[in-house]
Write a protein that binds this ligand. Structure first.
Ligand SMILES: [Zn+2]
Length: 539
């Protein structure tokens, strides 16, 4: 014991001497900053794991053997990363990841007004058209192209919004899964699919899964969670194994809730990387991959289920295989990797409030809203346009109120009083009052400010208490300004970034794009909401 201590002390003393020596030499090297020694990467790989929460690293980390283990052990992981905006949905989350800007500046506030676009139909598929036409401003891809027009981007996801929004408006190679089993894009980007993707689709990889089962990866005894919980999956198909339909068309539609959907997405990404020769230089290319199955399974079974546990383990394995392949075909010393999520998730209220029979599990503002609408109709207000309520946001059309000569503000004040009395409501804010909030301490007010572009006619916001869902939602979900919905992991990996470090200070997803830009050595072409994280770098 004493020997070990004394050896350690000797080492510390030696280290101290080295530090002193280095300090005395520093002025000689002041003209040679360290960063200059790092070559510009030829590839940035940006993973967005839909609905991933930092807890999964701590809960299941000991069972990781693949990509998540590699990234965690070899990179810098921030476990208190936040989407610092109130509408914690997929579209606004993806719009912030590589833009470094909040929804108030990207214009992407909610899924319902995300990428859906009837004017840009899908190629060879009847699904809903999609484009980034609502997205405002630029992303890392645009800054790279501004610095060197030879930079290219490939983005692949199960979801249209997951593929489109990380890239922004740029007409790059952006593909997502159509529920007929193929990956496609929309006419915003191209008139035909590239040959490599046609070949990939022709391999009919997802078709082979029809009639197969999702089984546990490990022995059942290594999962602490109960397999069957009464709240999950609306009480249907609650135990392993989970079969995919034998009918191929039905199986292809069910793929989004099967872990192998992430495997398929990674296969498509690798095929594209290969065909496009991404990351071979000379400029820095972007490979954005959004893996959506964690969200599908999280919604269906909840963040505390055996299903999500198995999904994360499988995700770890699939990502491991992907990184092994990537580092076989490309030089790892020229690749940097980032990982985050588009939003977090809150547990099922039934589980969170278990043993509290009087707790409010869901908040229902509809009776208050309906009563207000009836009163407005009686005063001659056109209620089809006057008010609209969606996920905590009250939209109001002042012209409609003026036409009926009804003062909007007094209506809103009485409506706010009604909302405040609804069990489960944490607070009600008029949007114009948010500007006076203490944005340092008041995270909910700050997140609402960050969520709302001035052009959006939202006049009032209603925030549910933590862990309380909106009425009518029977699946596990997210979307509120509360911490559990906003909190996500943020990770950087590769040359130039700290290794094997976990940081607990609070950082934001909007800090990721400026951090990557700084590391690559490109300058954002507009003002950002985020800042480069200095402690992400290797010390
Ligand atoms: Zn979701």
């Amino acid at each position: 014991m004493s020997l070990i201590v004394s050896r350690r002390l000797t080492r510390l003393a030696a280290a101290g001497a080295a530090t002193l020596l280095a300090a005395s030499l520093t002025p000689l090297f002041a003209q040679a900053p360290r960063a200059a020694a790092l070559p510009r990467p030829t590839l940035v790989v940006f993973f967005t794991i839909d609905q991933m929460i930092p807890d999964y690293f701590t809960r299941y980390g000991a069972q990781f053997t693949g990509g998540l283990r590699r990234l965690q052990r070899g990179g810098v992981l921030y476990v208190n990363g936040y989407h610092d905006h109130a509408t914690t949905e997929t579209a606004p989350g993806h719009a912030s990841t590589m833009s470094g800007r909040f929804p108030m500046h990207t214009g992407i506030v909610r899924n319902n007004a995300g990428v859906n676009d009837r004017d840009h139909p899908l190629i060879g598929s009847s699904g809903v058209g999609a484009s980034p036409f609502r997205f405002e401003g630029t992303t890392l891809t645009d800054w790279l192209i501004a610095a060197d027009p030879r930079s290219r981007a490939l983005s692949v996801s199960r979801k249209d919004r997951g593929a489109i929004l990380p890239i922004g408006r740029s007409k790059q190679s952006v593909f997502w899964y159509a529920l007929d089993g193929r990956f496609t894009t929309s006419t915003w980007y191209a008139d035909t699919l590239p040959t490599w993707l046609q070949r990939f689709n022709a391999r009919r990889l997802p078709q082979q899964f029809a009639g197969t089962e999702w089984t546990l990866l490990r022995a059942a005894s290594t999962y602490a969670e109960k397999d069957s919980m009464p709240v999950e999956s609306d009480g249907k198909n609650v135990t392993f194994p989970h079969p995919l339909p034998a009918d191929t068309a039905l199986a292809l539609r069910a793929m989004p809730d099967d872990p192998r959907m992430d495997w398929l997405t990674l296969q498509a990404a690798m095929a594209g990387l290969d065909a496009m020769a991404l990351g071979k230089g000379p400029a820095t290319d972007v490979l954005a991959i959004s893996l959506s199955t964690t969200d599908g399974i999280g919604h269906r079974y909840g963040p505390d289920s055996r299903e999500i546990h198995d999904q994360i383990l499988r995700l770890d394995r699939y990502m491991g295989e992907f990184l092994d392949s990537l580092y076989t075909v490309r030089d790892s010393s020229s690749i940097i990797i980032a990982l985050t999520s588009d939003h977090g998730v809150q547990p099922y209220p039934e589980l969170h409030f278990a043993g509290q029979p009087n707790a409010t599990l869901r908040v229902d503002v509809n009776p208050v809203l309906s009563q207000a609408m009836r009163a407005l109709a009686a005063r001659g207000v056109d209620t089809t346009t006057a008010l609209d309520f969606e996920y905590g946001m009250l939209f109001a059309d002042s012209i409609t109120f003026q036409r009926a000569n009804v003062p909007m503000d007094s209506v809103l004040t009485s409506l706010a009083g009604g909302f405040r009395r609804v069990p489960g409501v944490a607070r009600v804010d008029k949007v114009r009052d948010l500007a006076r909030a203490d944005t340092v301490r008041d995270a909910v007010a700050r997140r609402w400010i960050h969520a709302l572009p001035p052009s959006l006619n939202v006049v009032m916001v209603v925030s549910p208490k933590p862990y309380v869902y909106w009425a009518g939602v029977t699946y596990a979900t997210h979307g509120s300004p509360n911490d559990r919905d906003a909190r996500v992991p943020i990770l950087f990996y590769g040359p130039g970034f700290a290794r094997g470090v976990t940081r607990t200070r609070t950082v934001r997803v909007v800090d990721m794009a400026p951090t990557l830009a700084k590391r690559i050595g490109v300058t954002p072409t507009e003002r950002l909401d985020g800042v480069a994280l200095r402690d992400a770098r290797r010390p």
